[in-house]
Write a protein that binds this ligand. Structure first.
Ligand SMILES: N[C@@H](CCC(=O)N[C@@H](CS)C(=O)NCC(=O)O)C(=O)O
Length: 194
C-alpha cells in the first residue's frame, strides 16, 4: 500500500492515524509542495490534492473515503467508528472538514503570493474557521475520550491550526484539553506535524 501525502497535511494525518490504529503498513510518499499545479506530482489524483491511497490496483481519493475503504477491507468490525452515520457525527465531520478546507485555502493562497488580508473572501474563511471551532467547543460531547476516527479528525485539525497559528485558539479550552488528551497517546503524538 502507498499513501501519497505531505507530512503537514491534516487530511493525510487522519488517514495515517487510521492506518496506524489498524496496524496497517503503507509506504508514505511525500509529494512535496501541495500548492503546485503539476498533475504528475499528485500521481493518479486528478484534483492535485493529497491524500491518495494506492492499494494494489485500487486507488482511493479523499481522506474520509480512504478511511472507509480501509475499514471495509481490513476492519469489518469498525473499531474506530469510521462508518458511524449518526447525524451528530456527520455534522462534526462536516464542520471539521470545512475548517480544514478553509485552512488549506488560506495557507496555499499565502504560499502562492496572495495577500489574504486584502481580500474579503478570505475574511469569510477565517470567520468560518472561528465559527467551526466555536461549534465544536459547544458540541465537544460528540467526541470520545478514547481514540476514534472522530478524535483523529479533531487532533489533526487542532494541531494543524496551532502549527500555522492561523487563528486564536484560547477560547476553546475543551478542544485544547481533548487534543492534549489524545496526543498523550504516543502513536497519535508521533504523527504530529512539525
Ligand atoms: N476532501 C479532501 C481534501 C484534500 C485536500 O484539500 N488536501 C490538501 C492538503 S491538506 C491539498 O492537497 N491541497 C492542494 C490544493 O488545494 O491545491 C480530503 O479529505 O482528502
Amino acid at each position: 500500500m502507498q499513501l501519497l501525502y505531505t507530512p503537514r497535511s491534516h487530511y493525510s494525518r487522519k488517514v495515517r492515524l487510521v492506518l496506524g490504529a489498524l496496524g496497517l503498513e503503507a509506504t508514505l510518499v511525500d509529494v512535496g509542495n501541495a500548492a503546485v499545479a503539476q498533475a504528475a506530482v499528485f500521481g493518479p489524483n486528478p484534483l492535485m490534492k493529497v491524500p491518495t491511497l494506492v492499494d494494489d490496483d485500487c486507488v482511493v481519493f479523499d481522506s474520509d473515503h480512504i478511511a472507509q475503504y480501509l475499514v471495509h477491507r481490513y476492519d469489518p468490525d469498525d473499531r474506530l467508528g469510521v462508518l458511524d452515520g449518526r447525524v451528530a457525527t456527520l455534522n462534526a465531520r462536516a464542520v471539521m472538514n470545512g475548517a480544514m478546507a478553509a485552512e488549506v485555502e488560506l495557507i496555499l493562497a499565502a504560499r502562492t503570493g496572495i495577500d489574504t488580508a486584502a481580500h474579503v473572501r478570505f475574511d469569510k474563511m477565517r470567520g468560518a474557521i472561528d465559527g467551526a471551532l466555536a461549534w465544536l467547543e459547544a458540541n465537544v460531547g460528540v467526541f470520545l475520550e478514547t481514540p476514534s476516527y472522530l478524535g483523529f479528525h479533531l487532533v489533526s485539525l487542532w494541531d494543524h491550526l496551532a502549527l500555522y497559528d492561523l487563528r486564536p485558539l484560547a477560547a476553546y479550552p475543551r478542544l485544547h484539553a481533548l487534543a492534549a488528551h489524545l496526543n498523550a497517546h504516543p502513536a497519535i503524538a508521533a504523527s504530529r506535524p512539525v
